[in-house]
Design a protein around this ligand. Sequence first.
Ligand code: NAP
Length: 393
Amino acid sequence: MQRREAREFVLSLLYRHEFVETPLADLLDEVDTGDQRSYVERVYLGILDRRAELDALIGERTVGWRFERLALIDRNILRLGAFEILYLPEVPPQVALDEAVELAKKYGTENARSFINGILDRIWKESGRHAGAEREAGCRGAAGEAGATGEGPRGKRASAYLRAKERLGKAVGIAVERVSLTSPTTETLLRTVRDLACDPDVPALLVEAPLPDGVDTQAIRDALPLEKDVDGAGTAALGRLLAGGGGYLPATAEAVVTLLHSYGIRIAGRRVVVVGRSLVVGRPLALLLLAEDATVTVCHSRTTDLAAITREADLVCVAVGRPGLLTGEMIRPGAAVVDIGTSSVDGKIVGDAHWASVSEVAGAVSPVPGGVGPLTNVLLLEHVAEATERAAR
Ligand code: NAP
């Protein structure tokens, strides 16, 4: 029995409980595996035990609705969602909420569906589960001073990238803790990262770029121990990637390949051009695409006649940081374009592809904002979850 079925089974038990007095042991015989059986028992009995308390909590938030007048199925979906959010630490609150909404869509009454999400969201936000979640996983982003204070364009960028990770971390129950230094130098940052590297309570580390001028970013990344280097940024992780894998993959490069797979865009055997050769994006991406059997050309600022090269490609991945660098005339009709660039122009985030002309010619193009950026953060947090699990073993 899958978790989904187990939840549905709990709902059916709660329903039957209203009408028949069957001993739980008999009902539980319908559940086959040990794991799900213990979930069903824990949740079903937990809800019965705390029903008055749960009903009062939900009732206070059903503004404009009388809880006791709701259909039994809606009440039970709310009880189940609230119970998981409040009392099951192993279930991320966002998952509990999403699954309750899914149950509401499948079984709930039409009237109640719209507010089940809202009520459970409030219960989660007011539950302090965010604070509790911090014990579940940790990822510290070491940012430069400007990143902390928001001074200067580089610091503002690092700070914005970290904020997006903090937001996503909060949503999935992973604590992203920012460590910022005043007037950081390579030495002070190295000391900080080395301290964090030895901290057993920190399973994952990330150095958020750009760091201030004069700081040796790669030296800082090289201080990350392989098992905590969740963005595969240190030389050890990059070496593993070159040799065929083993460390965490650089999340942006992984996001590009994941995106291509999920949209069914073939990589094997195709001519791919990667524009940009940085250690964080361009080079790892070229290696990943090569590992996927593409024929890869890497271009950079010294490439002559970039357009002639990109026009030959079935797929162009652009990671430069120059808005509008890639135009429609530079690509073959029907080619796919993955835009990795992110720059701020007049307060708006834009990519490297000139959207209007590229989207006219390309068969597929990833948007900015959206596309690679959010997926990168999701993969990064997946790595954090994995590092947390490994550290706990
Ligand atoms: P970077 O370290 O500055 O590297 C830029 C690369 O672009 C360099 O290899 C550079 O060549 C090349 N380049 C510069 N001008 C060029 C031109 N006119 N024609 C062809 N190539 C040119 O930047 P990065 O860290 O790789 O980041 C690149 C972009 O991706 C930025 O916009 C960044 O914000 C974005 N990014 C996005 C994510 C995400 O998750 N979405 C993650 C990381 C970065 P040289 O090597 O010759 O200097």
